[in-house]
Design a protein around this ligand. Structure first.
Ligand code: SF4
Length: 512
């Protein structure tokens, strides 16, 4: 199974569906008008293929022998190997594969163990609420993964009689959120279906084994890699073979510093062979020996669709890391969000924070956060404060003065496609304050409850920034802009033991 998901050089990561096509859709040769078929594309030059059956056999043997000896002991592997029930086995693999998309193995292990303990079966997961799923997923990122997993589990239970589809094709067709990669992984590991997989690790290994230097994210290259993975997969141990290929990419054939000397398939690697030829040529030249011109050109096939583009020829200083290549990644969008940590002393004196729930769709759907507002570009600090105060007032239904918002600092969090800066403010409140029930979904939480809630890593960073600032403010000789414990205007007459609504607390100073 896959391991380091930040896989290919240049940051290519595995995506469950990125390289997949809808089930049943032909990859090539289909005529859009139903007329004569388009001519089949020419096969790639031999340099980029595994065409010798004996070499394929040798590669499988070498890779599996290495995997048997070196594989990491991972909880989902244990479950896949020991669970006798095919549905539970497939479920266990499925959960791991979804968690491993975009996330490193070391991070996933704890989440996986907690998940499987809480929801050991599809039926248990189908009964969970989205809130529970988000709470357990909190911190793992890409939250829609957990939501989709749960939706798909419900579908299996309610529409498929609790039976997981039994082939890669059916898995991809019937389960939402299951792309070609995930379907292949579940089918090969859980059911022993002889089907290949292509993720970021496999892309890197195959591109190096066969000197594929064209854009590794292009459909043409991805199609070739799927063909190759399907041809290479060991027929008797497909699940182990696929996991071995991914394990190799994660632990040996790494993006920046591959350990070619330790590689079990180095004798099959054309990128390594090319480097060796160059080195031999250089050393012969050094000692003044007549040397043949090295065979370091591209495959010799004019305009080869799998060779590096002419504008980016082989770079000797990069060695095998010339492969794979990927088109330059689009820069993440820049965004600024004002966020306010509203805090109060709870009934036992512990600090409490107000959190609100995000909408049920879009980024961080359904998660809880401090009240926040996306800012227009170029707003000055004073204006930011004003719009945030207005936002709080509109959303919560009580007046907030911009001057009462204490600036804490800026917190940066990079999502996959957004470079997000949170401009953090705090607003300390005192007194017995409760929220108007009409203002939901929002709630006050202690720090412990905050961390146990479905909150994003970004919000945890925001709280940390506040706590750091509080530490500075409370150090000797320093005070916060607004003294802690000082009651906002109108709060002084709060009667002991009276629970006021926040609206009343802030809106009616004279009447209390
Ligand atoms: Fe990767 Fe090096 Fe092995 Fe080739 S020899 S597959 S580049 S680790």
């Amino acid at each position: 199974m896959s391991h380091l998901r930040a896989a290919a050089a240049g940051g290519l990561r595995r995506s469950g569906g990125r390289a997949a096509r809808p089930a049943g859709q032909s990859r090539k040769g289909a005529s859009p008008r139903g007329g004569t078929s388009a001519p089949a594309p020419a096969p790639p030059p031999a340099q980029h293929l595994f065409s010798d059956p004996s070499e394929i056999e040798a590669l499988r043997g070498n890779l599996l022998a290495w995997y048997d000896k070196s594989k990491r002991d991972l909880p989902w592997r244990t479950l896949a190997a020991t669970e006798p029930d095919a549905n539970r086995r497939a479920y266990a693999v499925w959960v791991s594969e979804i968690m491993l998309q975009q996330t490193q193995v070391a991070t996933v292990i704890d989440y996986y163990n907690r998940w499987m303990q809480k929801w050991p079966t599809l039926q248990a997961l189908a009964q969970a609420s989205l809130e529970e799923v988000n709470e357990l997923w909190a911190g793992l990122g890409y939250y829609s993964r957990g939501k989709r997993l749960q939706e798909a589990a419900r579908k299996v239970v309610t529409e498929l009689g609790g039976q997981m589809p039994r082939t890669a094709e059916e898995l991809q067709k019937l389960l939402p959120g299951v792309g070609r990669y995930t379907a292949g992984a579940i089918a090969s590991i859980s059911y022993g279906q002889a089907t290949g997989v292509v993720d970021g690790n496999v892309i890197r290994v195959l591109c190096r084994l066969r000197c594929i230097g064209a854009d590794s994210s292009s459909p043409a290259v991805i199609d070739r890699l799927w063909d190759m993975a399907n041809a290479l997969v060991d027929r008797s141990r497909p699940g182990d073979f696929n996991q071995a290929l991914m394990e190799l990419g994660a632990t040996v054939c790494m993006p920046k510093a591959p350990l070619c000397g330790e590689c079990p398939v180095k004798q099959h690697c054309r990128a390594r062979r090319r480097v060796e030829k160059e080195l031999a040529f250089a050393s012969q030249k050094l000692f003044g020996k007549p040397a043949p011109v090295p065979d370091v050109e591209d495959c010799g096939f004019g305009n080869c669709p799998l060779c590096p583009p002419a504008t980016e020829p082989w770079d000797s200083s990069l060695g095998v890391t010339n492969f794979p290549r990927k088109a330059v990644k689009k820069q993440p969008r820049v965004a600024r969000t004002a966020t306010c940590v509203l805090e109060r002393r709870g009934c036992h004196g512990a600090l409490e924070y107000l959190i609100v729930q995000r909408p049920s769709s879009g980024l961080l759907a359904g998660l809880w956060e401090f009240p926040s507002l996306l800012l227009a570009q170029g707003l000055q600090e004073e204006k930011q404060r004003e719009v945030l105060a207005d936002h709080l007032q509109t959303r919560m239904g009580w007046p907030v003065a911009a001057g009462d918002l204490q600036f804490i600092g800026e917190v940066i969090h990079v999502f996959s496609h957004i470079h997000q800066t949170y401009v953090v403010y705090s607003l300390p409140l005192d007194g017995d304050v409760t929220l108007d029930p009409a203002l939901s979904p929002s709630r006050w939480v202690t720090e412990e409850e905050f961390h146990a809630s479905a909150v994003s890593t970004a919000m945890k960073k925001v709280l940390k920034a506040c706590e750091k600032q509080r530490g500075k403010d409370s150090s000797p000789g320093k005070g916060s802009k607004r003294k802690r414990g000082a009651k906002p205007q109108g709060a002084s007459s709060t009667r002991p033991g009276t629970q006021l609504s926040l609206r009343a607390f802030l809106q009616a100073p004279a009447s209390l």
